[in-house]
Design a protein around this ligand. Sequence first.
Ligand code: FES
Length: 113
Amino acid sequence: MIGWHGAMNRQVQGSVFIGNASELDPLETHLVETQAGRFCVRRWRDEWIVHSAVCPHMLGPLNEAELDKHGNITCPWHGYRFDVSTGQNIDAKCNDLMQAPRLIERDGKLYLD
Ligand code: FES
């Protein structure tokens, strides 16, 4: 399931508010729209992580990609794979993922900075 946060994200001192960490469903991929692009916020090994939601090959929707047990996602359009911790295209078929903003937790709230 995918959570959509594009309409409700708001800038707070240059940061984009995602939500209260305790209220975000850890089983969902949360799609976040920012001025820098679209990003996925999701849980991986008991941590919130962030990565680009846009495939660098032909702009496929990486928010629809499942995160496997190795921390890799596979683009649903042409099957290129990416390591979400480094952003690297592990097939060496296209560019790496766009660099993601920092994900920070402040007072129990998650932001992209
Ligand atoms: S658009 Fe992602 S692999 Fe082609």
